[in-house]
Design a binder for this molecule. Structure first.
Ligand code: UD1
Length: 417
């Protein structure tokens, strides 16, 4: 039987909540351990289904993966072979494409299936392939598999046509196996990229410029073991900040890097939220009723696309008209129909969603179609009159560790039934 999240209007969320390690860093660093020649200990790993799937793929390739405790994994990649990630696993998530770069970096060739992941519009991998080609690899796609082999082309510097988190990380991993220096221009600058770069530097690869638009990567044949702690999940943190704002609560979000959340903090302040920042925490005090704002999603350090969905639930009950412009994924407004079923007044035109704030949302049974839509609908449920039932819990488990338990700890009336 499918599990459903039942939420009743909960009043202001209050208290403090600890944030887990970043999913989007963990799902990249797990494949990256293939590049190490010794055992890697990864700490602060969020035990999410996407993370378990990456571990299962690694095990299927012959690496030894052992959970030492709830958030620590020991990976011995020494016995891994250059196999194809099992299709049933690779198709479960987007980040399985990091095995292309990791296998190329380790073995100099790779054969992988097409990645899966949230259905948020077309998600091509042309920039990943362009990057591999510039590193000197030929690629072709046959029977749904991408085959990458050493080619005859000269190596070139890489200039990405657009800023892509996935392509930047994937090409970094492949370049880590090459002794010559690779330059990547128009690289993504997300904190998760810096985390992957830090991991690679620890095993003996030299990565310079992480966090800027230009990366320089020089591999080293002698890549060693390391221990690495995954950075905090800024998207999980931002989701709790929005939930606090929407419920007019007073919540301290702990174990985070406040700098990673500057765009979110700035936008919440514009709506009337009080935000106080500490060294590794942010306190959010929501207003009685927030005011409308305009938000545009952009690559980091812009407002993250992963938080536009949760934010929309809050803006749906702010006073005035808000406009969200989604510049990263054109299909990321599918949740709007579900919010409308709860009484939200939202019109989508192309890449913009125009939100007329309503006094109140009404509980309903809703079905999110992707990960961040799930948290958006849970936030809507927290402020809606009556009872809300959110189906499709599997999406939530892919990206939020113990989301329901953490919300309960803040006083939310929420349970899995
Ligand atoms: C990653 C994150 C995801 C986040 C997104 C943007 C992971 C596992 N996922 O996704 O949570 O929402 O960054 O911050 O880290 N594009 C191309 N060609 C390519 C690659 C991308 O056209 O080869 C386009 C995409 O369709 C999209 C934009 O570039 O419009 C950005 O995508 P990208 O940064 O690659 O997102 P992901 O790495 O898939």
């Amino acid at each position: 039987m499918e599990k459903i999240i039942r939420i009743r209007r909960s009043g202001p969320l209050k208290g403090s909540v600890g944030i887990s390690g970043a999913k989007n860093a963990a799902v990249a660093i797990i494949p990256a351990t293939l590049l190490a020649q010794g055992t890697c200990i990864l700490e602060n790993v969020p035990p999410l289904t996407d993370v378990h799937t990456q571990c299962d793929i690694l095990s299927a390739l012959g690496a030894k993966v052992q959970w030492l405790d709830a958030t620590t994994i020991k990976i011995d990649p020494s016995q891994a072979v250059n196999g194809t990630p099992p299709e049933g696993l690779a198709a479960k998530l987007r980040a399985s494409y990091y095995f292309m770069g990791a296998l190329l970096g380790r073995f100099g060739s790779a054969r992988t299936g097409m990645p899966g992941g949230c259905k948020i519009g077309p998600r091509p991998i042309d920039q990943h392939l362009k990057g591999f080609q510039a590193l000197g690899y030929d690629w072709n796609v046959k029977d749904g598999e991408v085959i990458l082999q050493p080619g005859s082309n000269d190596r070139e510097d890489i200039y990405f046509d657009l800023v892509s988190v996935g392509a930047t990380i994937n090409v970094m991993l492949a370049a880590a196996g090459l002794k010559e220096t690779t330059t990547i221009e128009n690289a993504a600058r997300e904190p998760e990229i810096i985390d992957v770069a830090n991991f690679l530097n620890k095993i003996g690869v030299t990565v310079r410029g992480a966090g800027t638009g230009t990366l320089r990567i020089s591999g080293d044949a002698r890549r060693g073991a390391t221990a690495h702690s995954i950075i905090p999940d800024r998207i999980e943190a931002g989701t709790f900040m929005v939930a606090a704002a929407a419920t007019g609560g007073d919540v301290t979000v702990k174990d985070i890097i406040p700098r990673h959340l500057e765009a979110v903090t700035a936008k919440l302040r514009e709506t009337g939220v009080t935000v106080v920042e500490g060294d590794d925490w942010i306190q959010v005090q929501g207003p009685v009723r927030g005011t409308a704002i305009d938000v545009k999603t952009f690559p980091y350090p812009g407002f993250p696309t992963d938080l536009q969905q949760p934010l929309a639930s809050y803006l749906a009950i702010c006073s005035g008209t808000s406009i969200i412009t989604e510049n990263i994924f054109e299909g990321r407004f599918r949740y709007v129909d579900e919010l409308k079923r709860m009484g939200a007044n939202i019109k989508v035109a192309g890449r913009a969603a125009v939100i007329e704030g309503v006094e109140e949302l009404l509980g309903a049974t809703v079905r999110p179609y992707d990960l961040r839509a799930s948290s958006a609908l849970v936030i809507a449920g927290l402020v809606a009159q009556g009872e809300t039932r959110v189906r499709g819990v599997k999406h939530l488990r892919r990206g939020y560790y113990d989301f329901i338990g953490k919300l309960k700890g803040l006083g939310a009336d929420i349970e899995l039934i």
